[in-house]
Ligand binder design. Structure first.
Ligand SMILES: *Cc1c(COP(=O)(O)O)cnc(C)c1O
Length: 382
């Protein structure tokens, strides 16, 4: 079955618990399940452990990423937090230097407190081999990275991590499974903020871990039921519904992003545009090799902080808001929003200055998006 069909029908297996023929997956809004007698379970005991709506969503996401199992969490951060429970004091994780700010906050304030050391390095340019220590258990990356759009060669990294017996974890939020499948390139764990492209409508938080090994699946299933961060039934249904239109949304938002990139490239007050679909840019060739598209995330630097602040204040159709991957085009200021908790020196070294804006292209008409940006630039007198 092709990808778009899987988005609508999952692996083709119909949900068997419903006798009505309901085309939409029912929302099992229940906390618990009754038993006929001791030792007689329906397979469902308590929603922290099992819920049919969440399970249907997990099957669809596993199928889209080509994984053996997917686990649905209350948010992307809940998924990453649960993943960190795989590690013990003394373990080391090598993490890329440019990551979602919430992941950096987790590693710096919670993972480290729990005795796990985190080595940060620019894995888009630095060779991993020299960084691996005897206690290194995992490598953690995003590609393209949030927000600087650096691209990392997943297969090249997987070759090294496999040889050394360490896990390769890839946060695939930015391209979504529609454009990129890290497990097929050799990754061991795929992370998603389901809040973003999978949900797609800026109306629910969700997170996923997708794995290809039975052992990892069992360890993570034990963690999710124990820490209790499984996605609620209604939110599971919202994300299931969102996924049905993932392919059409990804295509349209990518097209819009390409129009916005062309506009930004022609605007003289824009100093630099970071988008992995710009031919000849750093990361372009690797993206062509490992992904089926470039996505709809754009980061750009303008001439001054004053101009950046003016644009955020002046856009009308485009909203100034944290988050990405929804049908609405959003503009974010990573410096004080998503990446505020990244230490100042790291932020600056990565290029996240007070002149940098991040745009997530939605599915509106591109002419309206460009007109909105144009009026925001034109009303600046600086
Ligand atoms: C948003 C985001 C997260 C965190 O997900 P939440 O659902 O907001 O908790 C993790 N990684 C990336 C790349 C993100 O963009």
């Amino acid at each position: 079955m092709q990808f778009s069909t899987k988005c609508v029908h999952g692996n083709g297996e119909r949900f068997k618990g419903d006798a009505t023929g309901s085309v939409s997956m029912p929302i099992y809004q229940t906390a618990t399940y009754a038993h006929a007698a001791v030792g007689q379970s329906t397979g469902y005991d308590y929603t922290r452990l099992q819920n049919p709506t969440r399970e249907q969503l997990e099957k669809v996401v596993a199928c889209l990423e080509g994984g053996l199992d997917a686990l649905a969490f209350t948010s992307g951060m809940a998924a990453i937090t649960a993943l960190m429970e795989l590690f013990a004091p003394g373990d080391n994780i090598i993490a890329d230097c440019d990551l979602y700010g919430g992941s950096v906050r987790l590693f710096d304030n919670i993972t480290k407190k729990n005795g796990v050391t985190v080595t940060r390095a620019d894995l888009s340019s630095q060779d991993i081999a020299g960084l691996i220590k005897p206690d290194t258990r995992a490598v953690y990356i995003e590609t393209p990275t949030n927000p600087m759009m650096n691209v990392i060669d997943i297969a090249a990294l997987a070759k090294v991590t496999k040889e050394r017996g360490i896990l390769l974890i890839v946060d695939n939020t930015f391209l979504s499974p529609y454009f990129q499948n890290p497990l097929a390139l050799g990754a061991d764990v795929v992370v998603h903020s389901g809040t973003k492209f999978l949900g797609g409508h800026n109306d629910a938080l969700a997170g996923f871990l997708v794995v290809n090994s039975k052992e990892l699946s069992e360890r993570l299933r034990f963690i999710i039921k124990t820490v209790g961060s499984g996605l609620a039934p209604f939110d599971s249904w919202l994300v299931l519904r969102g996924i049905k239109t993932l392919p059409v949304r990804m295509e349209k938002s990518q097209k819009n992003a390409q129009s916005v990139v062309r506009f930004l490239q022609g605007e003289e007050r824009v100093v630099k545009v970071y988008y992995c679909g710009i031919a000849g840019s750093k990361g372009y060739d690797i993206t062509l090799k490992q992904a089926r598209g470039f996505g709809s995330m754009i980061t750009f630097e303008v001439q001054s902080k004053e101009l950046a602040l003016h644009i955020l204040k002046s856009v009308k159709l485009i909203r100034f808001a944290e988050s990405l991957g929804g049908v609405e085009t959003l503009l974010t200021y990573p410096y004080t929003q998503t990446h505020a908790d990244v230490p100042e020196d790291v932020r600056i070294a990565n290029g996240i200055t007070d002149r940098v804006l991040r745009l997530s292209a939605g599915i509106e008409d591109d002419a309206d998006l460009i007109a909105d940006l144009q009026q925001a630039f034109n009303s600046f007198c600086g």
